[in-house]
Design a protein around this ligand. Structure first.
Ligand SMILES: [Fe+2]
Ligand SMILES: [Fe+2]
Length: 375
Protein backbone atom coordinates (compact mmCIF):
# COMPACT_ATOMS: atom_id res chain seq x y z
CA UNK A 1 0.00 0.00 0.00
CA UNK A 2 1.67 3.22 -1.08
CA UNK A 3 1.41 6.33 1.02
CA UNK A 4 3.14 9.63 0.25
CA UNK A 5 3.89 12.03 3.07
CA UNK A 6 4.45 15.66 2.19
CA UNK A 7 5.76 18.28 4.55
CA UNK A 8 7.43 21.64 4.34
CA UNK A 9 10.75 21.04 6.04
CA UNK A 10 11.86 18.14 8.24
CA UNK A 11 9.24 16.41 10.40
CA UNK A 12 9.49 17.48 14.01
CA UNK A 13 10.82 15.12 16.70
CA UNK A 14 7.90 13.19 18.22
CA UNK A 15 5.62 13.79 15.23
CA UNK A 16 3.20 10.86 14.65
CA UNK A 17 3.82 11.24 10.95
CA UNK A 18 7.34 9.87 11.50
CA UNK A 19 5.74 6.50 12.40
CA UNK A 20 3.77 6.11 9.17
CA UNK A 21 6.56 4.10 7.39
CA UNK A 22 6.15 1.39 10.07
CA UNK A 23 2.52 0.83 9.02
CA UNK A 24 2.44 1.61 5.31
CA UNK A 25 4.97 1.59 2.51
CA UNK A 26 5.67 5.30 2.38
CA UNK A 27 7.76 7.95 0.72
CA UNK A 28 8.48 11.37 2.14
CA UNK A 29 8.48 14.37 -0.17
CA UNK A 30 9.32 17.96 0.44
CA UNK A 31 6.31 20.16 -0.33
CA UNK A 32 8.33 22.46 -2.56
CA UNK A 33 9.55 19.58 -4.75
CA UNK A 34 6.63 17.20 -5.11
CA UNK A 35 5.19 16.74 -8.59
CA UNK A 36 2.19 14.88 -10.00
CA UNK A 37 4.65 12.31 -11.40
CA UNK A 38 5.77 11.43 -7.85
CA UNK A 39 2.14 10.78 -6.91
CA UNK A 40 1.09 8.43 -9.72
CA UNK A 41 1.37 5.13 -7.81
CA UNK A 42 0.17 6.57 -4.51
CA UNK A 43 -3.05 5.45 -2.76
CA UNK A 44 -3.14 8.10 -0.03
CA UNK A 45 -1.41 11.44 0.45
CA UNK A 46 -0.71 12.68 3.96
CA UNK A 47 0.03 16.40 4.14
CA UNK A 48 1.66 17.86 7.25
CA UNK A 49 0.80 21.54 7.08
CA UNK A 50 2.82 22.80 10.02
CA UNK A 51 4.88 25.86 8.99
CA UNK A 52 4.02 25.39 5.28
CA UNK A 53 4.72 28.47 3.18
CA UNK A 54 2.09 29.87 0.78
CA UNK A 55 4.42 29.35 -2.16
CA UNK A 56 4.93 25.65 -1.42
CA UNK A 57 1.22 25.09 -0.79
CA UNK A 58 0.57 26.52 -4.28
CA UNK A 59 3.19 24.21 -5.77
CA UNK A 60 1.57 21.19 -4.12
CA UNK A 61 -1.83 22.33 -5.37
CA UNK A 62 -0.43 22.33 -8.93
CA UNK A 63 0.96 18.82 -8.45
CA UNK A 64 -2.42 17.61 -7.16
CA UNK A 65 -4.15 18.86 -10.33
CA UNK A 66 -2.55 15.84 -12.07
CA UNK A 67 -4.00 13.31 -9.59
CA UNK A 68 -7.52 14.54 -8.94
CA UNK A 69 -8.92 11.36 -7.34
CA UNK A 70 -6.07 10.88 -4.86
CA UNK A 71 -7.43 10.75 -1.27
CA UNK A 72 -5.78 13.41 0.93
CA UNK A 73 -5.39 13.59 4.68
CA UNK A 74 -4.17 16.91 6.10
CA UNK A 75 -2.52 17.08 9.52
CA UNK A 76 -3.55 20.43 10.99
CA UNK A 77 -4.13 22.29 14.16
CA UNK A 78 -7.82 23.12 13.74
CA UNK A 79 -7.33 26.18 15.96
CA UNK A 80 -4.89 27.53 13.39
CA UNK A 81 -7.02 29.26 10.77
CA UNK A 82 -4.17 29.56 8.29
CA UNK A 83 -3.61 25.79 8.23
CA UNK A 84 -7.33 25.05 7.83
CA UNK A 85 -7.57 27.49 4.92
CA UNK A 86 -4.45 25.96 3.33
CA UNK A 87 -5.95 22.45 3.68
CA UNK A 88 -9.20 23.58 2.06
CA UNK A 89 -7.23 24.84 -0.94
CA UNK A 90 -6.45 21.22 -1.90
CA UNK A 91 -10.11 20.45 -2.70
CA UNK A 92 -11.70 17.38 -1.12
CA UNK A 93 -9.58 16.59 1.94
CA UNK A 94 -9.96 14.93 5.32
CA UNK A 95 -8.37 16.70 8.27
CA UNK A 96 -6.99 15.34 11.51
CA UNK A 97 -5.73 17.20 14.56
CA UNK A 98 -1.96 17.17 14.95
CA UNK A 99 -2.34 16.29 18.63
CA UNK A 100 -4.33 13.09 18.03
CA UNK A 101 -2.50 9.92 19.08
CA UNK A 102 -0.84 7.52 16.65
CA UNK A 103 -3.67 4.97 16.90
CA UNK A 104 -6.23 7.53 15.74
CA UNK A 105 -3.99 8.58 12.85
CA UNK A 106 -3.35 4.99 11.70
CA UNK A 107 -7.06 4.09 12.00
CA UNK A 108 -8.03 7.16 9.99
CA UNK A 109 -5.52 6.20 7.30
CA UNK A 110 -6.79 2.64 7.28
CA UNK A 111 -10.34 3.86 6.83
CA UNK A 112 -9.28 6.02 3.88
CA UNK A 113 -7.28 3.16 2.35
CA UNK A 114 -10.08 0.65 2.86
CA UNK A 115 -11.17 0.44 -0.81
CA UNK A 116 -7.66 -0.89 -1.56
CA UNK A 117 -7.88 -3.52 1.17
CA UNK A 118 -10.94 -5.39 -0.06
CA UNK A 119 -10.51 -9.10 0.54
CA UNK A 120 -11.44 -11.41 -2.33
CA UNK A 121 -11.85 -14.84 -0.84
CA UNK A 122 -11.90 -17.92 -3.04
CA UNK A 123 -15.56 -18.96 -3.37
CA UNK A 124 -14.84 -22.24 -1.66
CA UNK A 125 -13.62 -20.61 1.60
CA UNK A 126 -15.65 -22.15 4.45
CA UNK A 127 -17.54 -19.71 6.70
CA UNK A 128 -15.60 -20.59 9.88
CA UNK A 129 -12.26 -19.99 8.16
CA UNK A 130 -13.51 -16.78 6.57
CA UNK A 131 -14.56 -15.42 9.96
CA UNK A 132 -11.31 -16.55 11.58
CA UNK A 133 -9.27 -14.78 8.90
CA UNK A 134 -11.15 -11.48 9.25
CA UNK A 135 -10.90 -11.65 13.04
CA UNK A 136 -7.16 -12.43 12.87
CA UNK A 137 -6.40 -9.63 10.42
CA UNK A 138 -8.22 -7.13 12.67
CA UNK A 139 -6.42 -8.54 15.72
CA UNK A 140 -3.01 -8.14 14.04
CA UNK A 141 -3.90 -4.50 13.38
CA UNK A 142 -4.54 -4.03 17.10
CA UNK A 143 -1.32 -5.85 18.02
CA UNK A 144 0.76 -3.67 15.71
CA UNK A 145 -0.78 -0.50 17.14
CA UNK A 146 -0.22 -1.69 20.71
CA UNK A 147 3.39 -2.55 19.86
CA UNK A 148 3.96 0.97 18.55
CA UNK A 149 2.60 2.57 21.71
CA UNK A 150 2.68 1.84 25.41
CA UNK A 151 -0.88 0.47 25.36
CA UNK A 152 -1.43 -3.11 26.55
CA UNK A 153 -1.95 -5.89 24.03
CA UNK A 154 -5.65 -6.47 23.23
CA UNK A 155 -5.97 -9.61 25.38
CA UNK A 156 -9.70 -10.15 24.91
CA UNK A 157 -9.42 -9.79 21.15
CA UNK A 158 -6.43 -12.15 21.22
CA UNK A 159 -8.37 -14.80 23.16
CA UNK A 160 -11.31 -14.51 20.75
CA UNK A 161 -8.95 -14.71 17.76
CA UNK A 162 -7.19 -17.84 19.03
CA UNK A 163 -10.57 -19.48 19.53
CA UNK A 164 -11.57 -18.61 15.94
CA UNK A 165 -8.31 -19.98 14.52
CA UNK A 166 -8.61 -23.15 16.59
CA UNK A 167 -12.18 -23.69 15.29
CA UNK A 168 -11.11 -23.01 11.69
CA UNK A 169 -8.13 -25.39 11.83
CA UNK A 170 -10.13 -28.10 13.56
CA UNK A 171 -13.21 -27.82 11.36
CA UNK A 172 -11.81 -26.84 7.94
CA UNK A 173 -8.13 -27.83 8.11
CA UNK A 174 -4.83 -26.07 7.36
CA UNK A 175 -5.26 -25.88 3.57
CA UNK A 176 -8.51 -23.86 3.88
CA UNK A 177 -6.69 -21.54 6.32
CA UNK A 178 -3.73 -21.03 3.98
CA UNK A 179 -6.05 -20.38 1.05
CA UNK A 180 -7.85 -17.64 3.01
CA UNK A 181 -4.65 -16.12 4.42
CA UNK A 182 -3.18 -15.65 0.95
CA UNK A 183 -5.83 -12.95 0.36
CA UNK A 184 -4.16 -10.52 2.74
CA UNK A 185 -2.30 -7.72 0.97
CA UNK A 186 0.53 -7.48 3.53
CA UNK A 187 3.38 -9.92 3.23
CA UNK A 188 4.19 -9.68 6.94
CA UNK A 189 0.57 -10.40 7.96
CA UNK A 190 0.39 -13.36 5.55
CA UNK A 191 3.67 -14.71 6.90
CA UNK A 192 2.55 -14.44 10.54
CA UNK A 193 -0.83 -16.02 9.83
CA UNK A 194 0.77 -18.92 7.92
CA UNK A 195 3.27 -19.59 10.75
CA UNK A 196 0.38 -19.42 13.26
CA UNK A 197 -1.74 -21.89 11.25
CA UNK A 198 1.15 -24.32 10.74
CA UNK A 199 2.19 -24.10 14.40
CA UNK A 200 -1.38 -24.70 15.63
CA UNK A 201 -1.77 -27.67 13.27
CA UNK A 202 1.64 -29.03 14.25
CA UNK A 203 0.68 -28.87 17.94
CA UNK A 204 -2.57 -30.71 17.14
CA UNK A 205 -0.58 -33.38 15.26
CA UNK A 206 1.74 -33.74 18.25
CA UNK A 207 -1.31 -34.35 20.45
CA UNK A 208 -0.60 -31.30 22.62
CA UNK A 209 -3.25 -29.82 24.89
CA UNK A 210 -5.70 -27.20 23.71
CA UNK A 211 -3.86 -24.61 25.81
CA UNK A 212 -0.51 -25.47 24.22
CA UNK A 213 -2.05 -25.38 20.73
CA UNK A 214 -3.23 -21.83 21.49
CA UNK A 215 0.18 -20.80 22.84
CA UNK A 216 1.83 -22.04 19.65
CA UNK A 217 -0.76 -20.26 17.50
CA UNK A 218 -0.24 -17.02 19.42
CA UNK A 219 3.53 -17.48 19.15
CA UNK A 220 3.13 -17.80 15.37
CA UNK A 221 1.06 -14.62 15.21
CA UNK A 222 3.50 -12.45 17.13
CA UNK A 223 6.89 -14.12 16.64
CA UNK A 224 7.97 -11.32 14.26
CA UNK A 225 6.44 -8.46 16.26
CA UNK A 226 9.88 -6.82 16.40
CA UNK A 227 9.53 -6.14 12.67
CA UNK A 228 7.07 -3.37 13.57
CA UNK A 229 10.21 -1.33 14.37
CA UNK A 230 11.58 -1.77 10.85
CA UNK A 231 10.24 0.46 8.06
CA UNK A 232 8.16 -1.38 5.45
CA UNK A 233 10.35 0.11 2.74
CA UNK A 234 13.06 -2.28 4.01
CA UNK A 235 10.80 -5.25 4.88
CA UNK A 236 9.06 -5.06 1.50
CA UNK A 237 12.09 -3.99 -0.49
CA UNK A 238 12.07 -5.60 -3.92
CA UNK A 239 15.50 -7.17 -4.24
CA UNK A 240 18.38 -7.98 -1.96
CA UNK A 241 18.97 -5.95 1.18
CA UNK A 242 22.21 -4.06 1.77
CA UNK A 243 24.43 -5.40 4.62
CA UNK A 244 23.21 -2.54 6.88
CA UNK A 245 19.57 -3.31 6.09
CA UNK A 246 20.15 -7.03 6.71
CA UNK A 247 21.69 -6.19 10.09
CA UNK A 248 18.67 -4.04 10.99
CA UNK A 249 16.25 -6.82 10.01
CA UNK A 250 18.23 -9.32 12.13
CA UNK A 251 17.62 -7.07 15.10
CA UNK A 252 13.88 -7.80 15.00
CA UNK A 253 14.28 -10.55 17.62
CA UNK A 254 15.79 -7.98 20.01
CA UNK A 255 13.14 -5.41 19.11
CA UNK A 256 10.55 -8.10 19.86
CA UNK A 257 12.11 -8.59 23.27
CA UNK A 258 11.94 -4.86 23.87
CA UNK A 259 8.29 -4.67 22.90
CA UNK A 260 7.13 -7.71 24.88
CA UNK A 261 9.37 -8.03 27.95
CA UNK A 262 7.33 -5.85 30.31
CA UNK A 263 3.92 -6.93 29.02
CA UNK A 264 2.48 -9.18 31.69
CA UNK A 265 -0.52 -9.98 29.50
CA UNK A 266 1.64 -12.07 27.12
CA UNK A 267 2.59 -15.59 28.33
CA UNK A 268 6.30 -16.18 28.95
CA UNK A 269 6.39 -19.11 26.48
CA UNK A 270 5.13 -16.81 23.73
CA UNK A 271 7.70 -14.12 24.55
CA UNK A 272 10.43 -16.73 24.21
CA UNK A 273 9.17 -17.64 20.73
CA UNK A 274 9.53 -13.99 19.70
CA UNK A 275 13.00 -13.61 21.29
CA UNK A 276 14.51 -16.92 20.22
CA UNK A 277 12.93 -18.14 16.97
CA UNK A 278 16.18 -17.48 15.04
CA UNK A 279 18.36 -19.45 17.46
CA UNK A 280 19.69 -22.87 16.33
CA UNK A 281 20.39 -25.94 18.45
CA UNK A 282 24.07 -25.97 17.39
CA UNK A 283 24.57 -22.39 18.65
CA UNK A 284 24.87 -20.81 15.19
CA UNK A 285 21.69 -18.73 15.37
CA UNK A 286 20.99 -15.20 16.59
CA UNK A 287 20.70 -12.96 18.57
CA UNK A 288 22.41 -14.82 21.45
CA UNK A 289 23.81 -18.02 19.94
CA UNK A 290 21.82 -20.17 22.39
CA UNK A 291 22.29 -23.92 22.05
CA UNK A 292 20.71 -27.27 22.95
CA UNK A 293 18.62 -27.26 26.13
CA UNK A 294 18.67 -23.47 26.28
CA UNK A 295 16.02 -23.60 23.54
CA UNK A 296 12.56 -24.84 24.62
CA UNK A 297 10.48 -27.31 22.61
CA UNK A 298 7.86 -24.67 21.76
CA UNK A 299 10.53 -22.35 20.37
CA UNK A 300 11.92 -25.26 18.32
CA UNK A 301 8.46 -25.83 16.83
CA UNK A 302 8.02 -22.17 15.89
CA UNK A 303 11.50 -22.10 14.33
CA UNK A 304 10.65 -25.08 12.11
CA UNK A 305 7.30 -23.55 11.05
CA UNK A 306 8.97 -20.16 10.44
CA UNK A 307 11.77 -21.53 8.26
CA UNK A 308 9.36 -23.75 6.33
CA UNK A 309 7.08 -20.73 5.70
CA UNK A 310 9.98 -18.51 4.58
CA UNK A 311 11.26 -21.22 2.20
CA UNK A 312 7.84 -21.81 0.61
CA UNK A 313 7.11 -18.09 0.11
CA UNK A 314 7.72 -16.36 -3.20
CA UNK A 315 9.88 -13.25 -2.96
CA UNK A 316 10.98 -10.80 -5.61
CA UNK A 317 14.46 -12.30 -5.50
CA UNK A 318 13.65 -16.00 -5.17
CA UNK A 319 11.19 -18.67 -6.25
CA UNK A 320 9.09 -20.52 -3.73
CA UNK A 321 10.31 -23.98 -2.80
CA UNK A 322 7.81 -26.83 -3.01
CA UNK A 323 6.70 -28.18 0.41
CA UNK A 324 8.54 -31.41 -0.35
CA UNK A 325 11.84 -29.64 -1.13
CA UNK A 326 11.44 -27.31 1.85
CA UNK A 327 10.94 -30.34 4.06
CA UNK A 328 14.11 -31.84 2.56
CA UNK A 329 15.96 -28.62 3.44
CA UNK A 330 14.73 -28.79 7.04
CA UNK A 331 16.14 -32.33 7.23
CA UNK A 332 19.42 -31.10 5.69
CA UNK A 333 19.75 -28.45 8.40
CA UNK A 334 20.66 -31.40 10.55
CA UNK A 335 21.91 -30.41 14.03
CA UNK A 336 20.57 -26.86 13.72
CA UNK A 337 17.00 -28.11 14.20
CA UNK A 338 15.38 -30.74 16.40
CA UNK A 339 15.22 -33.58 13.86
CA UNK A 340 12.68 -35.57 15.91
CA UNK A 341 10.34 -32.61 15.57
CA UNK A 342 11.21 -32.18 11.89
CA UNK A 343 10.16 -35.81 11.28
CA UNK A 344 6.93 -35.21 13.20
CA UNK A 345 6.32 -32.14 10.98
CA UNK A 346 6.18 -34.30 7.84
CA UNK A 347 2.42 -35.09 7.95
CA UNK A 348 1.64 -31.36 8.38
CA UNK A 349 3.83 -30.44 5.41
CA UNK A 350 2.51 -33.07 3.08
CA UNK A 351 -1.13 -32.20 3.81
CA UNK A 352 -0.88 -28.72 2.28
CA UNK A 353 -0.49 -27.49 -1.27
CA UNK A 354 1.66 -24.40 -0.79
CA UNK A 355 2.57 -24.48 -4.47
CA UNK A 356 -1.04 -23.66 -5.29
CA UNK A 357 -0.96 -21.03 -2.58
CA UNK A 358 1.97 -19.16 -4.12
CA UNK A 359 0.52 -19.38 -7.62
CA UNK A 360 -2.69 -17.77 -6.40
CA UNK A 361 -0.85 -15.09 -4.43
CA UNK A 362 0.89 -14.03 -7.64
CA UNK A 363 -2.36 -13.83 -9.59
CA UNK A 364 -4.08 -11.93 -6.76
CA UNK A 365 -1.44 -9.25 -6.76
CA UNK A 366 -1.44 -8.47 -10.49
CA UNK A 367 1.20 -11.05 -11.24
CA UNK A 368 3.69 -9.12 -9.11
CA UNK A 369 5.66 -11.26 -6.78
CA UNK A 370 5.37 -10.81 -3.07
CA UNK A 371 8.37 -8.96 -1.73
CA UNK A 372 10.03 -8.92 1.64
CA UNK A 373 12.63 -10.46 3.84
CA UNK A 374 12.95 -13.98 5.06
CA UNK A 375 11.81 -15.26 8.46
FE1 LIG B 1 11.79 -13.67 12.52
FE1 LIG C 1 9.04 -15.13 10.74
Amino acid sequence: MNVAVVSDGPLKEGSNVRNIPFFYTSKLFSMGEVSSRNLQEVHLLVIELEDATGEHVSRLKTALAGVLDLPKLCIVSKANRREVVQASAFGKVEMIERDEDLTTLVRKMREMLKPNFEVLFPETTPETTREAFLQTAACLDEIVLAAASSRPMPVRTLARTLHHIYSALTRDGITAWLNAVKCHHSHTYRHSMIVAGLAGTFAQTLGWSHKDQELLTLGGLIHDIGKTRIPLSILDKPGKLSPEETELVRQHALFGRDILKSRLEIPFEVKKMAFQHHEFLDGSGYPHGLAGDQIDTMVRVITICDIFTAMTETRSYKDAMSPRNAFGSLCAMNTKLDQDLVRAFQPVVLSVDLGALNRTVESLFDGKRATGTAG
